[in-house]
Write a protein that binds this ligand. Structure first.
Ligand SMILES: NC(=O)c1ccc[n+]([C@@H]2O[C@H](COP(=O)([O-])OP(=O)(O)OC[C@H]3O[C@@H](n4cnc5c(N)ncnc54)[C@H](OP(=O)(O)O)[C@@H]3O)[C@@H](O)[C@H]2O)c1
Length: 214
């Protein structure tokens, strides 16, 4: 497939890029700093399949250039602190517009389960009180991003990760629609990438919000 990938230099995105190249996909990456992709393990196997567009995810024309001709779009963007306010929602608007223009339908985007904790019937009142206050701004951005994507006609999957950890991937995790599996509170970044690859490959979780945890 021809894939467009945003956030390829990040801790989830680097695993997505590695998987895509070693699986023989053609990948167009949008990166602010192309040098940040150096050292990705997938480059040895499939660097011939990689095209890098230099630009930011809030730049609609750069996003459109990366998405043009893609069969599917994968996004593992993360705000890297508060350097780009409303990064996720702004990028989502650019991605949806670019996909509409290109006629690309499939979008798989990393989201955050914590941003929707208030509606989770299985989370304690204490966590519901604390978490939304501590992470008010990033969570508002995540909710706006989801709203933008869900309002589109695209075949989207919003992957609601629980707390991200940097342990090795296992390929074994639980997934539940909308809210985390009961008792599950964390997921390793490589396993988020693993799930994104699986959802792309088997066309599962269309117009759905799978929440992942161990
Ligand atoms: N932290 C958690 O526990 C948690 C829990 C659930 C969900 N999440 C979600 O997980 C995601 C973060 O995943 P991660 O930890 O893998 O991210 P990460 O390692 O921080 O990587 C973020 C990626 O986004 C890119 N990026 C940031 N701003 C950009 C911009 N303006 N233009 C283009 N690219 C930009 C970065 O590129 P550069 O290399 O150029 O900076 C990098 O590739 C977020 O969406 C967050 O909501 C986090």
């Amino acid at each position: 497939m021809r894939l467009a990938l945003l956030g390829a230099s990040g801790r989830i995105g680097s695993h997505v890029l590695s998987w895509a190249l070693t699986s023989g996909h053609e990948v167009t990456v949008l990166a602010r700093n192309p040098g940040s992709l150096a050292g990705n393990p997938g480059l040895q196997a499939g660097s011939a399949g990689l095209t890098v567009i230099e630009g930011g995810a809030t730049d609609a024309s750069a996003v459109a250039e990366a998405v043009a001709g893609a069969d599917a779009v994968l996004s593992a963007l993360g705000p890297r602190g508060a350097k780009t306010p409303a990064l996720l929602a702004t990028a989502a608007r650019a991605i949806v517009a670019a996909m509409d223009k290109a006629g690309t339908r499939r979008l798989i985007d990393v989201s955050a389960a914590g941003a929707f904790i208030q509606g989770d019937p299985d989370t304690s009142a204490v966590i519901k009180f604390i978490l939304p206050r501590v992470l008010a701004k990033p969570f508002a951005d995540v909710r706006e991003m989801e709203a933008v994507i869900a309002a589109s006609d695209l075949d989207w999957t919003l992957v609601r990760a629980t707390r991200l950890v940097d342990t090795a991937g296992t390929g074994h995790y639980r997934v539940r629609p909308d809210f985390p599996p009961i008792g599950g509170g964390k997921i390793a970044r490589p396993d988020v990438a693993h799930f994104m690859a699986a959802a792309l490959s088997d066309g599962s979780w269309m117009r759905a919000r799978p929440a992942m945890a161990y």
